[in-house]
Design a protein around this ligand. Structure first.
Ligand SMILES: Nc1ncnc2c1ncn2[C@@H]1O[C@H](COP(=O)(O)OP(=O)(O)O)[C@@H](O)[C@H]1O
Ligand SMILES: CC(=O)OP(=O)(O)O
Ligand SMILES: [Mg+2]
Length: 401
């Protein structure tokens, strides 16, 4: 079975086409700047020539159409006909309390994803656009949705409730949901397998740090706490998101600066984090380059980022009364030698000891970066959210038949 996996953002669409016989990736790509003046389609057929096209792509429907025509293109394509794609899997960030696992897309599922727009205004509408665009362009092909929140549905009440009037939970389901669950679950399982230990016996802290970032305390294979909240704004300092802050700052700033709800949301989600403190970039590569050149704002942005990340690791060690394994993953976790080094340098009280030579190795494979003496095993595990979505899609669609 060939499965197309789609990760729709508000102005982007990432895709990967899998052949599930051997889980190989036939092609992958990205459409960026959807709805803007010049959209970019970048397509990589496995073993073939990468292509980039700049064209006007005003909405997700057009983006999917372009992706499908690229997949069957005589020169750059990897399949002969769209009919070869037997299922489509979508990443959906918010599944609320309704979705504890991946699900087939049907009318009730779509209604529920729409109902959750309120809780994830930046994420769920984009996913819905991807689902609708797929329906239009590939009528009759079964679709599956995989939720970032599903893995975290196991959290106990004490971890997911906020200390605010209970009526807000009862009426609006205001609570912690977390995100990146597909990644936290995957890397914790790979870590246990890599170490040859049963996940049931392990206390693992997974650090998914990319442009967005979150930490999860995984105990016995279950998420018992995670740093993102009702929305993906809470927790760590991120590329453009503030992460934790005193909630009283929000009304204070709204009042002083006469900001609307949309404006303050945009400030905290798009104009904060590394970008706000460095003044130059949301990208960790540029922050560390700036730091190497002595840029004081980049140095501060890095220090704040690392300090806050380290405090979360400490708090999850406290939540689990210990930690056996720390896993780094996603864009920063997989690639930034210096972030891993600086975070671990100040975790010696937990028994963490990094091997500098192992930490410096670059590889796309799961790997150990701690010393033999280290009480806590520290691993880098490349995440693969798309593969998990492809596997769930394949399983759910196969069970239909
Ligand atoms: N070589 C690198 N060194 C340091 N940071 C990197 C490197 N490559 C990527 N990154 C960081 O990873 C981020 C992207 O991570 P990713 O997990 O792909 O994010 P997302 O899924 O949110 O798009 C970039 O914004 C950048 O900060
Ligand atoms: C939920 C979220 O923050 O996703 P991403 O890291 O892909 O932006
Ligand atoms: Mg991501």
């Amino acid at each position: 079975m060939k499965v197309l996996v789609i990760n729709s953002g508000s102005s982007s669409l990432k895709y990967q086409l899998y052949d599930m016989r051997d889980e190989s990736v036939l092609a992958k790509g990205l459409v960026e700047r959807i709805g803007m003046d010049s959209s970019i389609l970048n397509h990589k057929p496995t073993g073939g020539q990468e292509v980039t096209e700049v064209k006007e792509i005003l909405e997700h429907n057009t983006a999917i159409r372009k992706v499908l025509s690229m997949l069957i293109d005589p020169e750059h394509g990897v399949i002969k006909s769209i009919d070869e794609i037997q299922a489509v899997g979508h990443r959906v960030v918010h599944g609320g309390e309704s979705f504890k696992a991946s699900a087939l897309v049907d009318d009730p599922a779509k209604t529920e994803i729409r109902r959750l727009f309120d809780l994830a205004p930046l994420h769920n509408p984009a996913a819905m656009m991807g689902i609708t665009a797929t329906e239009i362009n590939m009528p009759g092909v079964p679709q599956v949705v995989a939720f970032d929140t599903a893995f975290h549905q196991a959290m106990p009440e004490k971890a997911y409730l906020y200390a605010i009037p209970k009526v807000l939970y009862n009426k609006y389901k205001v609570r912690r949901y977390g995100a990146h669950g597909t990644s936290h679950e995957y890397v914790s399982q790979v870590a246990a397998e890599f170490l040859g230990q049963a996940i049931e016996d392990l206390k693992i802290i997974t650090c998914h740090i990319g442009n967005g970032g979150s930490l999860t305390a995984v105990q016995g294979g279950h998420s018992i706490d995670t740093s993102m909240g009702m929305t993906p704004l809470e927790g760590l300092m991120m590329g453009t998101r503030s992460g934790d802050l005193d909630p009283a700052i929000v009304p204070f700033v709204m009042n002083k600066e006469e900001l609307t709800v949309n404006e303050v949301n945009s400030m905290l989600n798009k104009h904060s984090g590394l970008l706000a403190i460095s003044g130059i970039s949301s990208d960790m590569r540029e922050i560390t380059d700036g730091m190497a050149n002595g840029d004081a704002n980049c140095i501060l942005a890095f220090e704040m980022y690392e300090y806050r990340l380290r405090k979360y690791i400490g708090s999850y060690a406290a939540a689990m009364n210990g930690v056996d394994v720390i896993v780094f993953t996603a864009g920063i976790g997989e690639n930034s030698v210096v972030v891993r080094e600086k975070v671990c340098e100040n975790l010696t009280y937990l028994g963490v000891e990094i091997d500098d030579a192992l930490n410096a190795i670059r590889s796309g494979e799961p790997r150990l970066i701690s010393t033999n003496q280290s009480k806590v095993k520290v691993l880098v595990v490349p995440t693969n959210e798309e593969l998990v979505i492809a596997r769930d899609t394949y399983r759910i669609v196969s069970e239909m038949k």
